[in-house]
Design a protein around this ligand. Structure first.
Ligand SMILES: Cc1cc2nc3c(=O)[nH]c(=O)nc-3n(C[C@H](O)[C@H](O)[C@H](O)COP(=O)(O)OP(=O)(O)OC[C@H]3O[C@@H](n4cnc5c(N)ncnc54)[C@H](O)[C@@H]3O)c2cc1C
Length: 349
């Protein structure tokens, strides 16, 4: 189930079956000069990301992936198939956009793609050894960038006392002057030992990982949303990074078009979040020791990337009004809780 079909060229309406990868979607839409904002990695599947949120490198311009969704074909727990959209089963359509994992199996999505030309793409390596200060400065630049610019930061394990960070920045412009203007504040943040800037297609940005780069094992990860990167949050994140216990620490800029939607529009309600943050490690207890101080600064939880799916985390993922609507939907469409493998809603049903 990985077909990708253009339904209507004049409205850029695209039907994507849920087994497609985001790399395949980007490649299929490239000849039309279109893109649907997705994650940063082409091997990620359409199904999970498009039912959770979808925080991507065109996010500040296009919103979340779920904001591009116009309709979904769903198989319900009782085997019924139906189509959910703003006009057909609208409450289910609301729930699928942020909590699809609990409500049914989406077999196909209809999205409105956005027009894109060549994009300015940069990878800037930064010396982030003054980690807390660097994080705050980076957040100030990424959070105040124009909507045509979305930046993701990744920090790995420290090298001795050195912390190296990498910004991946996408600028929706073909104009070298505009691209330079958008990138300069990032380049000025800290000494930058390596930089690569070019004009690319969106499909190049999310190109699939080949068979030579498999992923093994079961990582432990924590996933949060931040309305602001406060000094306390930056200090907690710096302690986590310099501890060496997180081998992969991404900070993704949100805001822009993501914040245009009302929190009640979709089951992903955290529209005020300016950043999404993830820490990935190997031992839950060890990672949590460093994550807890950061957690106290979070405004919510993004269900993708979170491996702690205990019921007490539900309240972080879904504010009270959202959770109440979700519970009502669950009682209506999955009263026997068939879909419990991800975050299990049983304790609140
Ligand atoms: C390398 C990498 C990079 C990533 N980058 C980003 C990023 O930039 N932005 C971002 O937002 N996320 C990102 N993610 C997280 C991604 O959104 C989740 O991992 C997502 O669950 C992947 O979807 P999948 O279909 O590939 O996974 P799966 O493992 O197939 O699905 C995960 C869960 O989603 C639910 N689900 C999957 N398909 C369906 C369906 N058709 N109907 C209903 N529920 C379904 C199920 O509960 C399932 O257990 C990244 C993940 C990886 C591994």
């Amino acid at each position: 189930m990985h077909r990708i079909d253009v339904l209507d060229e004049s409205t850029r309406l695209v039907r994507v079956e849920s087994g497609a990868s985001w790399g395949a979607v980007a490649t299929a839409l490239h000849p039309y000069g279109w893109a649907i904002t997705s994650g940063d990695h082409g091997a990620v599947g359409v199904g999970g990301l498009a039912t959770a949120g979808g925080i991507g490198l065109l996010g500040r311009e296009q919103g979340l992936t779920i904001d591009r969704l116009r309709a979904a074909d769903v198989v319900l727990a009782d085997g019924r198939r139906l189509r959910a959209s703003a006009d057909e089963h609208p409450e289910l359509f609301w729930g699928i956009r942020g909590a699809g994992f609990a409500l049914g199996v989406v077999t196909a999505f209809e999205f409105t793609a956005g027009p894109v030309g060549l994009l300015g793409h940069a990878r800037l390596v930064h010396d982030a050894t003054d980690t807390a200060e660097f994080l705050q400065d980076w957040a100030a630049v990424a959070g105040s960038a124009p909507r045509d610019t979305t930046a993701f930061l990744t920090i790995g394990q420290p090298y001795g006392r050195k912390v190296i960070a990498q910004s991946t920045i996408l600028v929706d412009s073909e104009d070298p002057g505009v691209i330079r203007d958008r990138l300069q504040p990032f380049a000025d943040l800290a000494p930058s030992p390596a930089q690569r800037v070019g004009l690319v297609d969106y499909s190049d940005v999310v190109s699939e990982a080949g068979p030579s780069s498999p992923a093994y094992g079961e990582p432990v990860s924590r996933s949060g949303l931040l309305d602001r990167l406060t000094p306390a949050a930056a200090r907690a994140a710096a302690r986590l990074v310099t501890s060496g216990e997180s081998y992969f620490f991404p900070l993704r800029a949100m805001g822009g078009a993501i914040a245009d939607a009302d929190p009640a529009d979709t089951a992903f309600a955290h529209r005020s979040a300016a950043f999404q943050v993830v820490a990935t490690g190997t031992e839950p207890d060890v990672l949590d020791r460093y994550w807890e101080p950061l957690r106290s600064q979070l405004s919510g939880l993004y269900v993708s990337f979170e491996t702690d799916t205990r019921p007490e985390r539900l309240a972080e993922a879904f504010p009270p009004d959202t959770l109440a609507r979700l519970v009502a939907l669950k009682r209506r469409y999955d009263p026997r809780n068939l879909f419990h493998d991800n975050f299990d809603l049983a304790p609140v049903l």
